[in-house]
Design a protein around this ligand. Structure first.
Ligand code: 8YV
Length: 327
């Protein structure tokens, strides 16, 4: 009998097509809003494999109802929506989709850095409001990026591309803080590993590329912002949970830091009346890091490939708890 797969949103058709071609029985949640938790559990009970999205909460409640799953293939590189420890305890492998979205996500970080440094989103809004009257010699000037120090928090695949972009375009000096040293980044970009406090002290642009975990949850808070330069630009394209949004608003209002560019907010979606949206030195996007044709197609190919490979060979293209596969 064919294995049954549930895809929890409509994603690029390569996922569906390749699963069907490989003989799977595929159900797609075709509504244009995410499933409720009850719908997710009810539908997952009927299948063997789940192709999930970041909006699905695969928590203890989910796993106690769906401990029968053979495999979870996440359509994202991040998997903070999944209780991986619980999946591992149950022997369920979890796949993700790294690499294919690194360029796209780093482009958004790079774009937000430039947009923030020149107050671009704010200037755009002034035109919409009919406020472009004359040349202004002194109003709302930005800052130049050439030769500045870029601090990368989390030097993984996306952080590496951001470092490459910033060094190539602006000859920026790269420092980073990660749990582990990244020797490749040190060789390629002359990047220097620094302590977290040093990263805060030295960065003129600080770009967050870490995972959201117990260690990073709410890490960028009042006390951390107060250790940053008053001229610093804070960029976050990883997860909104890494910063405390109220503290970020206060830090910008009080001039503790200079500006912020966010592709991720806390919570998501951001409300239209959020004060960040009216601040000149702030640029916000609605979590579009991976939103290119190429990245999303690659994510769909890898997520479906993880399921196909698992049933064919017992291996996966990208697995976040490979100890389960070894067993
Ligand atoms: C996804 C992301 O669009 O890959 C990630 O971690 O944040 C985005 O690419 C989002 O998580 C939807 O699954």
């Amino acid at each position: 009998m064919s294995k049954k797969v549930l895809i929890t949103r409509v994603i690029p058709s390569i996922a569906y097509d390749s699963l069907i071609a490989a003989g799977f029985d595929v159900t797609v949640w075709e509504r244009d809003t995410p499933m409720t938790q009850a719908q997710l559990i009810e539908q997952t009970k009927k299948v063997d494999a789940l192709l999930s999205l970041g909006a699905n909460k695969l928590n203890k409640e989910f796993f106690s109802a769906c401990n029968h799953l053979d495999i979870i293939a996440q359509f994202a590189v991040g998997y903070d929506n999944i209780d991986v420890a619980e999946a591992t305890r149950l022997g369920i492998p979890v796949g993700n989709t790294p690499d294919v979205l690194s360029e796209a996500t780093a482009d958004v970080a790079f774009g937000l850095m430039i947009a923030t440094s020149r107050k671009m989103f704010f200037h755009h809004k002034t035109i919409e409001r009919g406020e472009w009257k004359q040349f202004e010699p002194l109003k709302n000037l930005g800052v130049q990026l050439t030769g500045k120090t870029l601090g990368i928090f989390g030097m993984g695949r996306i952080g590496m591309v951001m470092a490459q972009r910033c060094q190539g375009a602006y000859n920026m000096n790269i420092i980073y803080h990660s749990r582990n040293r990244n020797i490749e980044a040190e060789k390629l970009f002359n990047a220097k590993w620094v302590s977290f406090d040093e990263l805060l002290k030295e960065s003129e642009v600080l770009s967050v590329h870490s995972v959201l975990s117990e260690e990073t949850q709410g890490l960028f808070n009042k006390s951390v912002f107060s250790k940053m330069r008053r001229s610093a630009i804070f960029i976050n394209t990883s997860r909104g949970g890494v910063h405390n949004e109220k503290d970020l608003i206060d830090a910008l209002r009080e001039g503790t830091i200079w500006g912020a560019g966010l592709d991720v907010t806390n919570p998501e979606p951001m409300k239209a009346d959020n004060p960040l949206l009216t601040m000149p030195n702030v640029a916000v996007l609605p979590h579009i890091g991976s939103a290119t044709e190429e990245a999303r197609t690659g994510m769909a190919r890898i997520a479906s490939g993880n399921i196909i490979e698992f049933y064919k060979t017992g291996k996966m293209l990208h697995c976040v708890n490979p100890e389960v596969l070894k067993n």
